[in-house]
Design a protein. Structure first.
Length: 494
C-alpha cells in the first residue's frame, strides 16, 4: 500500500537506466530528462534513480552519500548518492545515483562493452537497479523521503514491480512505461531465483517468457498500471506482430494500459534560439532557413543548389528503422532530382551499404557514421524534409523536432508517427492541419511513392510554405504529457 497522499506534493521515484545529458542511447534518455522537469512544474516531487556509470558520476556536481546497502547475495555492496541533474533550470531534478563500481564502473556503454556485446552480467546489473528501486519505494527505505509511485521505464527497471509485489510491508504503487517493447531483457530461467524472486514467479503468470525469464514481462505482469509512449502504439502492441510475443498478456491488461505521446524539449529544440544553426529563424522569418540548407549541403559535400529538395535522416541504422528500404530507392531518389543526408550508426552491413551508395552518388547522397548532437540540429534545420520510414515506432521524437523546425517529415504510418504527423491531403491543407506525409505500404514502392509526393509538394511554393508553418504552429511541449502521467499517478492512489 502506497503512503497516504497529504496536502504535500505527490512523490514519484522515476527509475531509468539513462538520462540526457549524462548518458543516452536513444529516446529514453531524452524522456528521462524532460518529463521529470515538466512533472515538477506541475508540483509533482519526482526524483530519479539511475546507475552510477562513469559518465554519470563525472557529469554530476555536489554529490553526497545518503545511504549504504550491504552486500546481499547475489548483489555486491552499493552506495546511494544524491545530486541534481545539470539541466532543467529552476526545475532541476533531484537524482539518486546507485554507485556500485563492481557493476557500473566500466569502459564501454551502458548496456554493452566497447565491442558492442551485451555485458554478460546485465541481469545482475539491472537486477540491482530494480532491487534498490523497490527498497526506496517501500517502508524498508533508509530515506526520509517516500514515494507514492514507482515509475519504471523499460526492461532495465522491470523487476521493481515484481519485488514490490512480493514485499509484505507498505509500498508505493507501480507504473511501467514501455518505450520499446522489442527490448525485453530476457535471461536464463534460473535468473529468477538468483535475483531473489520467489520460484513461483517463474510462471506464465509472472516473469516466465518462452522458457526464459524476462525483466519486461515481469514489469508488465506485476505493475499496477502500464503506459506506452503513444496512443497508437498502445493499441498496436496488443496484437501480433508488434506485441513481440507479449500481446496476449497486454490484451488481457488492456483496461490498465494508457498511451501518452511523448513531448520534446522545446527549449533545446527551438529554431529561433538554437546555437547549432547557421541562422536562426521563426515561422515569420522562414527565408533564413535557407542558410542552414546551404551550410548542410556544403558540410556534407552535396551540390549546393537551393532548388533541389534535400531529405535528412538521423537514425539508428537498423532494419526496424527501414534503412534497407531507403537503400533500395536511394538511386531513384537522386534522379527526381533530390538529395539525401544521413547521420547515424547501427548494423555494420547497413552502414557499409549506405557508405557505398554515397560513394557511387557523390554530391547527391552523403553519409556520416556516428552520432553528433550539434550536427543533428543542423540537419533538422537544413533539410527540406525528414525521413522516418520505421517499420514500427513507439513514439519517435525526430518527426516532432522536424515539424518544429519547419521541415515536413515523411513517415511510415505506425505508432506515434500516426499520432503526431498529419498527412498532407487537399482536405488537411484546407483545414490547416497538414504537417507532413504518411505512407502505409512498407515496401520500396510505398516509400518511393511518398518521396514523389514530397517532391511535388516541395515544388508548389505556396503548399510547401503552408506545410512548414502548420508544423511550426504545433505544441509538442511536455505539458500535456506530464498532465497525463500525473492523472495516472492520482488514479493509482484513489
Amino acid at each position: 500500500m502506497a503512503p497516504a497522499l497529504s496536502h504535500s506534493s505527490l512523490c514519484v521515484l522515476f527509475i531509468t537506466p539513462e538520462v540526457h545529458p549524462l548518458n543516452k542511447t536513444g529516446g529514453l534518455g531524452d524522456v528521462s530528462a524532460a518529463l521529470p522537469v515538466a512533472l515538477r512544474e506541475l508540483k509533482v516531487d519526482v526524483r530519479l534513480l539511475i546507475p552510477g556509470y562513469p559518465q554519470v558520476l563525472s557529469g554530476l556536481k555536489h554529490k553526497r552519500k545518503i545511504a549504504e546497502f550491504t552486500a546481499q547475495a547475489p548483489f555486491p555492496s552499493s552506495t546511494l548518492l544524491s545530486a541534481r541533474l545539470p539541466s532543467g533550470g529552476s526545475a532541476s531534478v533531484p537524482v539518486f545515483v546507485l554507485d556500485c563500481p563492481t557493476l557500473y564502473q566500466r569502459e564501454g556503454g551502458s548496456y554493452t562493452d566497447a565491442a558492442g556485446h551485451d555485458w554478460p552480467d546485465n541481469a545482475l546489473r539491472f537486477g540491482l537497479l530494480s532491487k534498490i528501486g523497490a527498497i526506496l519505494a517501500s517502508d524498508a527505505s533508509p530515506l526520509s523521503w517516500h514515494p507514492h509511485i514507482a515509475h519504471c521505464n523499460d526492461w532495465q527497471s522491470g523487476l521493481v514491480p515484481a519485488y514490490l509485489h512480493f514485499y509484505q510491508g507498505k509500498k508505493a504503487a507501480s507504473l511501467m512505461t514501455i518505450h520499446n517493447l522489442a527490448f525485453q531483457g530476457v535471461f536464463p530461467a534460473d535468473t529468477v531465483v538468483q535475483l531473489g524472486l520467489p520460484a513461483a514467479s517463474f510462471n506464465i503468470n509472472g516473469a516466465e517468457y518462452y522458457g526464459g525469464m524476462s525483466f519486461l514481462k515481469a514489469g508488465l505482469y506485476y505493475s499496477d498500471h502500464i503506459a506506452t509512449v503513444s496512443p497508437s502504439y498502445a493499441r498496436e502492441i496488443q496484437t501480433a506482430p508488434l506485441g513481440f510475443g507479449m500481446q496476449g498478456l497486454l490484451a488481457t491488461r488492456r483496461e490498465d494500459i494508457s498511451g501518452i505521446a511523448n513531448g520534446i524539449d522545446t527549449l533545446e529544440w527551438d529554431p529561433a534560439t538554437d546555437p547549432a544553426l547557421v541562422r536562426n529563424y521563426t515561422a515569420s522569418t522562414l527565408a533564413a532557413k535557407a542558410a542552414n540548407k546551404q551550410a548542410l549541403q556544403q558540410l556534407f559535400g552535396l551540390v549546393v543548389d537551393p532548388g533541389i529538395p534535400l531529405f535528412g535522416l538521423i537514425s539508428r541504422l537498423t532494419h526496424q528503422k527501414g534503412c534497407d528500404l531507403l537503400l533500395q530507392v536511394a538511386a531513384q531518389l537522386t534522379e527526381m532530382p533530390a538529395q539525401l543526408a544521413v547521420l547515424g550508426s547501427g548494423e555494420a552491413v547497413l552502414q557499409q551499404q549506405l557508405l557505398a551508395m554515397a560513394k557511387s552518388h557523390s554530391g547527391k547522397i552523403a553519409v556520416r557514421i556516428g552520432f553528433d548532437e550539434r550536427l543533428s540540429h543542423l540537419i533538422e534545420a537544413g533539410a527540406d524534409s525528414f525521413l522516418m520510414p520505421s517499420r514500427f515506432e513507439p513514439c519517435g521524437l525526430n518527426q516532432m523536432y522536424s515539424q518544429r523546425y519547419g521541415t515536413p517529415p515523411l513517415v511510415h504510418a505506425t505508432g506515434g508517427l500516426i499520432d503526431t504527423v498529419v498527412d498532407c491531403t487537399s482536405a488537411t491543407l484546407a483545414d490547416g492541419s497538414a504537417s507532413g506525409f504518411l505512407f502505409l505500404d512498407m515496401t520500396p514502392a510505398g516509400l518511393l511513392g511518398a518521396i514523389r509526393r514530397v517532391t511535388l509538394a516541395y515544388n508548389n511554393k505556396s503548399v510547401w510554405r503552408r506545410l512548414k508553418k502548420n508544423g511550426m504552429a504545433k505544441d509538442f511541449s511536455w505539458r500535456s504529457s506530464a498532465a497525463g502521467y500525473r492523472k495516472i499517478y492520482l488514479s493509482l492512489l484513489s
